[in-house]
Design a binder for this molecule. Structure first.
Ligand code: NAP
Length: 311
């Protein structure tokens, strides 16, 4: 039996409609639209695509946006100055510093310099502390999006055994904490975990955020488990495409025609026959990350206008 596909596009669309209604509600109250500023330092090509998509998504729900492009920036100086300027500007509700930053930039220092009220990626220590406490605040977009995906796909989390592969500050750790608050029993795995496949097989919900293409196979998945694939990687050669999708697949044919192919941290062809549900790449977690960024920007705008965080 093939796993049920967790449709990230459909869930993201529902969230975007809610955000658009929330923006309309602010306007109906005579308040200004929310405004998001995205800071992009350096020349990372993937980041340029992600930022373009985020700016476009803002326009679609009525959120104003601006891009602060710091080309040629290598260290922290210009990024810090840009964040401080955006902190000062009252009309800016949300600030997103696109990661990864250039090698010589001090990521911690830059994230700590954000106004926590405008920190729409939920990475400032004040927001991290609030998340750990379970208090209201801005939550990291990717793990929030994954919880929305589970909730709106009717996947019960309460009481389930969840395993998170990866412990980054942006995905793994906050994912584990949000699952814990949703009453899952949570295990976090990382590069030093022993018998990782065996630990993974204990999961009823398995979240893969290891940053390694097709890392998770059927050996990591217990029959019927829900598998969420956070990874995004570009397929680089035809041999890899054939191994991932099958030599006669439409994906390999598309690759030969020069189309870009993406793969996650999960080997979907090998995992789908075992898992109960699986998020695809693309069309799974990616659209939800953007939808939750919009949700967070609306939330920041509401709080900054003296309204409750949520309608
Ligand atoms: P990251 O910072 O590179 O963290 C990777 C984590 O995986 C680390 O905790 C690392 O362990 C662990 N790991 C690496 N190799 C491992 C192995 N062989 N066995 C077990 N654990 C291993 O990555 P990230 O920022 O969390 O991102 C993870 C993936 O999600 C990437 O593919 C990224 O592109 C993708 N992503 C997607 C979205 C989206 O919107 N869809 C958003 C963010 C990230 P150690 O801590 O021990 O080194």
């Amino acid at each position: 039996m093939a796993a049920r596909v967790l449709d990230g596009e459909a869930v993201a669309k529902a969230i975007r409609l809610e955000v658009a209604a929330g923006v309309a509600d602010l306007c109906a109250r005579g308040m200004t639209r929310p405004r998001l500023a995205v800071v992009l330092a350096g020349e990372n090509l993937a980041s340029q695509v992600y930022v373009r998509n985020k700016i476009k998504a803002c326009g679609e729900v009525g959120i104003d946006s601006e891009l602060v492009r710091l080309e040629g920036s290598r260290d922290s100086g210009r990024t810090l100055a840009a964040v401080q300027e955006l902190n000062r500007r009252d009309e800016v509700d949300g600030i997103l510093v696109q990661l990864p930053l250039p090698d010589d930039a001090n990521e911690t220092r830059i994230l700590h310099s954000l106004d926590p009220a405008k920190d729409v990626d939920g990475l400032h220590p004040e927001n991290v502390g609030r998340m750990v406490e379970g208090a209201e605040g801005l939550r990291p977009c990717t793990p929030s999006g994954i919880l929305e995906l589970l909730k709106r796909s009717d996947i019960e989390v309460d009481g389930k055994r969840a395993v998170v592969l990866g412990r980054s500050a942006i995905v793994g750790k906050p994912m584990a904490i949000l699952l814990l608050h949703a009453n899952a029993t949570v295990t976090i795995c990382h590069s030093r975990t022993r018998q990782l496949a065996e630990v993974s097989r204990s999961a009823e919900i398995l979240v893969a955020a290891v940053g390694k293409p097709a890392f998770v196979t059927e050996a990591h998945v217990t029959p019927g488990a829900t598998v969420v694939d956070v990874g995004i990687h570009r397929v680089t050669n035809e041999e890899q495409a054939a191994e991932l999708f099958g030599r006669d697949s439409r994906q390999v044919a598309a690759f030969r025609e020069g189309k870009n192919l993406l793969v996650g941290d999960v080997h979907a062809r090998r995992v789908a026959p075992v898992a109960g549900a699986l998020s695809p790449v693309p069309g799974g977690v990616g659209p939800l990350t953007i939808a939750c960024l919009l949700q967070n920007t609306l939330q920041a705008a509401r709080v900054r206008r003296g309204l409750p965080a949520h309608r």
